[in-house]
Design a protein around this ligand. Structure first.
Ligand code: HPA
Length: 236
């Protein structure tokens, strides 16, 4: 049915999307009941199963960066009947208030990417946002679960290893909470295809609190439980 996802893969209406295929597998193994692997093209693993209370849900990796999540989210939305994609990832914090381990719910994404240029014709400038209903539900359910969250704008960068390590002060000055590399592409695809997307992030490193140790590789895989538990409440 599509170029980058197995032909006969069955997906739930709601797909959780971490970047890393191994993290997708860990989420299926740890949080889902009666799940099966539905796709593995190029090692991008996807699983469909149920939450422990019986709601159907899928989890599939996006790979890293806007082009990669652009391809996978487009195909899931266009060819597999998916209505909601919830990115679940890590970010670097630009905010005094957001500490390593905290969860951020993204409201919208700024970028240095040219991905939007194709859609921005005759002076139009798009402002890709999360779906309000999904983001609000995530916020409310986080309160119910007793998990503190920050809600606000984020920055999707094409560059992980920047030449200038002070650049973060620019987005920080306009209140951007943190940096990752995918949400702008996901939110824009949801807009153009009239589907829904949201993004939950766990802070893995801080540009502001330099004394806070970055999450280790192991913690990046395992200390994401709060974020995943919030995301799981969004299954229908
Ligand atoms: N930059 C971009 N993406 C990220 C970062 C970062 O510092 N941390 C986690 N994801």
């Amino acid at each position: 049915m599509s170029t980058h996802i197995n032909d006969n893969a069955k997906f739930a209406k709601t797909v959780l999307m971490p970047g890393d295929p191994i993290r997708a597998k860990w989420i299926a193994e740890t949080f889902l009941a009666d799940y099966e692997e539905v796709t593995n093209t190029r090692g991008i693993l996807g699983f469909t199963g149920h939450t422990k209370d019986g709601r159907e849900i899928s989890v599939m990796a996006s790979g890293m960066g806007i082009p990669s999540i652009g391809i996978y989210s487009f195909e899931l939305f266009s060819y597999y009947g998916v209505e909601n994609i919830i990115r679940i990832g890590t970010c670097g914090s630009y905010s005094e208030d957001c500490h390593v381990g905290d969860v951020i719910i993204a409201t919208g994404a700024s970028t240095n990417s040219n991905y939007g240029k194709y859609f921005e014709q005759r002076g139009l400038k798009l402002a890709p946002c999360s779906d309000f209903g999904l983001a609000f539900k995530a916020y409310q359910n986080a309160q119910k679960l007793g998990i503190k969250v920050h809600m606000g704008p984020i920055y999707s960068s094409d560059i992980f290893y920047d030449l200038d390590d002070t650049f973060y002060k620019i987005p920080q000055q306009v209140g951007i909470l943190g940096v990752e590399m995918e949400s702008y592409g996901l939110f824009l695809n949801a807009m153009r295809l009239r589907k829904k997307a949201a993004c939950l992030l766990t802070v893995s490193d801080s540009f502001v609190h330099k004394d806070e140790p970055d999450m280790t590789k192991e913690e990046r895989s395992n200390k994401l439980v709060n974020m995943v538990n919030i995301a799981l409440t969004l299954a229908e």
